[in-house]
Design a protein around this ligand. Sequence first.
Ligand SMILES: Nc1ncnc2c1ncn2[C@@H]1O[C@H](COP(=O)(O)OP(=O)(O)OP(=O)(O)O)[C@@H](O)[C@H]1O
Ligand SMILES: O=C(O)c1ccc[n+]([C@@H]2O[C@H](COP(=O)([O-])O)[C@@H](O)[C@H]2O)c1
Length: 196
Amino acid sequence: MTALSSNSKHKIGIFGGTFNPIHNEHLFIADQVCEYLGLEKVYLMPDYIPPHIDEKHAIDADLRVDMIKLAIQGNNNLDIELSEINRKGKSYTYETMLELCRKYPNNEYYFIIGGDMVDYLPKWHRIDDLLNLVNFVGVRRANYVPKTDYPVTWVDVPEIDISSTMIRNKLSRNQSVRYLVPENVNVYIKEHSIYR
Ligand SMILES: Nc1ncnc2c1ncn2[C@@H]1O[C@H](COP(=O)(O)OP(=O)(O)OP(=O)(O)O)[C@@H](O)[C@H]1O
Ligand SMILES: O=C(O)c1ccc[n+]([C@@H]2O[C@H](COP(=O)([O-])O)[C@@H](O)[C@H]2O)c1
């Protein structure tokens, strides 16, 4: 990201997750929200350790980062933000966004989350302070009725019902994940024998 000196704010999306691994619905969401809200870019931001789940074991950050870089190749709407990987430890969103807001005061941030995650916002670390730093964008899921009092901008993105869990499970059973992840990510997973 580049620091800018003008007074006008730059609308920047941040899509946080573990991305273990990144899949096509992550990419579809990031790209669609970017276009729908007229954002300059959406940064995919891998966490180092997810803040809310103690037992979730992700593969090495380097491998997750490599796969994100491969996945966004050729799409100018998308980029990667490495603050949480570089900071290490538990990746509390409030701490990350405070750091980014201080570093890039001319950016206005839109933090994108899956619609079902919105219900858990009250449990997020320093959520009231975080609400002063970012606009939350909820990706509405089919058959899901949002019931939150928080200010969330809702975006409808056609849902493909895939998850990283599904991809890890398929790979552990030696099943194909072609068309669920970009082909260069599929090749990378095979070459590095990940999730076997
Ligand atoms: N199919 C999907 N539809 C809508 N949102 C999704 C979908 N898959 C992931 N997300 C959202 O993407 C963000 C990052 O998710 P994450 O990296 O945990 O992927 P995941 O597929 O949910 O992983 P896992 O299955 O390991 O929990 C979260 O906000 C999550 O709600
Ligand atoms: O900061 C928090 O308390 C917090 C609690 C839950 C989730 N988050 C962030 O929300 C994003 C999506 O989380 P997840 O676990 O669904 O991948 C990711 O960037 C997490 O760091 C952040």
